[in-house]
Ligand binder design. Structure first.
Ligand code: ZN
Length: 149
């Protein structure tokens, strides 16, 4: 076996091994069988948890996979959400054309003002004229999954 990386935590090592397996590289964790997880996370013995693979030629690729896994962006919820749905804007909101004050609500997310021809981006106008809180209704609630409810 060829060591790829050592981890101080059994869980991290198992996650790394699982990532490699998912990418087609057979990986094992030395020093901490999976059944040791739980109350015995291994650190008490001071044993390093070394992820090893069978094929030396894959070591570099495996290290890159682990690096990529560790640097993967965590799911930030709000940040990763889709664009706000401007169709959910309060219909009483007034989005004025910055040029001529014509009411642009209902004319699409972007386009040109039918009065003066000024190009507009509805989203930025909503935020500049009403603040980001005006968009609150346009986002799906992040922590209330509707599936199966
Ligand atoms: Zn206009």
């Amino acid at each position: 076996m060829h060591p790829v990386r050592r981890f101080s935590s059994a869980l991290d090592a198992q996650l790394a091994a699982a990532e490699l397996k998912a990418n087609g590289i057979e990986a094992t964790v030395a020093g901490s069988p999976l059944q040791m997880l739980g109350p015995y996370t291994g650190s008490a013995t001071g044993t390093p948890h070394v992820v090893s693979i069978g094929n030396k030629a894959d070591v570099e690729r495996a290290r890159q996979m682990i690096d990529a896994m560790q640097h993967r962006e965590p799911d930030l919820g709000w940040e990763s959400q889709a664009e706000p749905d401007l169709a959910c804007l309060d219909p009483n909101l007034r989005i004025a054309c910055p040029q001529c004050r014509y009411d642009l609500l209902g004319l699409g997310d972007e386009g040109t003002c039918p009065e003066c021809g000024e190009a507009f981006d509805l989203l930025s106008l909503v935020v500049s004229q009403h603040g980001p809180e005006a968009l609150a209704d346009c986002y799906d609630p992040a922590d209330e999954p509707t599936e199966g409810a």
